[in-house]
Design a protein around this ligand. Structure first.
Ligand SMILES: [Ca+2]
Ligand SMILES: [Ca+2]
Ligand SMILES: [Ca+2]
Length: 267
């Protein structure tokens, strides 16, 4: 579609929505974990606007971070964590501006990327795609006017606030998205989980530090469907055994099984 027409349609869609939130973690901080196995935190009743925010950050013109939700967590020690997100239907709490909210859409096709690093948090101003500093960061890499936003799902990216504070750096660690895989003309986007069940889960072995997760939809074609609706999502971060330890445990169980069988055979 002609870029100008698409932009006009986007603007038309935005006027019917509440004010767009810049990048923030309010209500979406999974908290702090040490290496204690089994520690876990779930955050439900969140929503992303539109069902395409994540996959739109895999293409040549990058993506708009307003179409995703940012989450954070902290590891005080090295740990292996499982991160999962799934579609969720819920009715938002009433507010003064919206005393009778309707239920969110339940059809989120989730995708997420994990990064080391955090966006600016208070007392600093919130990061957003439209500020002069953020545009300058993008133009320096992709050329002037070649991007629709700062979000990149498959690699590092950076963004800043209206005060031009030193940029927030997101160092890419990994990603996953729901379903059999999307190809919008440039080949299959790697990282589909192979099961279209509106659920994604991936395990990462991480060093101590601060992490951001950006979650959004993976329905590339959906970005032309207006108005943009909120799609509900629930997510969990859990400390799990290292893959190596888990493999050793399974091998150990297998060995015990063999010994038991041999003993039984002798009897
Ligand atoms: Ca894009
Ligand atoms: Ca787009
Ligand atoms: Ca899945």
């Amino acid at each position: 579609m002609n870029k100008t027409i698409r932009y006009a349609m986007l603007l038309a869609g935005m006027t019917s929505l509440p004010a767009m939130a810049h990048i923030g973690y309010g209500g979406r901080d999974f908290g702090s974990f040490d290496g204690t196995l089994g520690a876990s935190q779930t955050i439900a009743n969140q929503s992303a606007t539109g069902n395409f925010g994540w996959i739109d950050g895999t293409d040549a013109d990058w993506g708009d971070s307003h179409r995703l939700r940012a989450y954070r967590f902290t590891l005080t020690e090295d740990a292996t964590v499982n991160i999962s997100f799934q579609a969720q239907v819920f009715t938002p709490a009433p507010t003064e501006a919206n005393p009778n909210p309707t239920a969110v859409e339940g059809g989120l096709i989730p995708g997420f990327s994990l990064y080391a690093g955090l966006a600016h948090v208070a007392p600093f101003g919130a990061d957003h795609d439209g500020g002069a500093g953020s545009v300058a960061i993008r133009d320096a890499i992709a050329g002037a006017g070649n991007t629709e936003g700062s979000f990149r799902a498959l690699t590092d990216w950076a963004i800043t606030n209206d005060n031009n504070d030193p940029a927030s750096q997101f160092t890419y660690i990994g990603h996953i998205y729901d379903g059999l895989g999307v190809d919008y003309g440039t080949g299959l986007i790697a990282g589909a989980d192979g099961v279209a069940d509106q659920y994604v889960s991936r395990t990462f072995s991480l060093a101590a530090g601060d992490y951001s997760i950006f979650v959004g939809g993976a329905d590339y074609a959906n970005q032309d469907i207006l108005p943009l609706l909120p799609y509900g999502v629930s997510g969990t971060v859990a400390v799990v055994p290292e893959p190596e330890a888990y493999a050793m445990l399974l091998a150990g169980l297998g060995l015990m099984g063999a010994m038991v069988r041999r003993r039984a055979g002798r009897g």
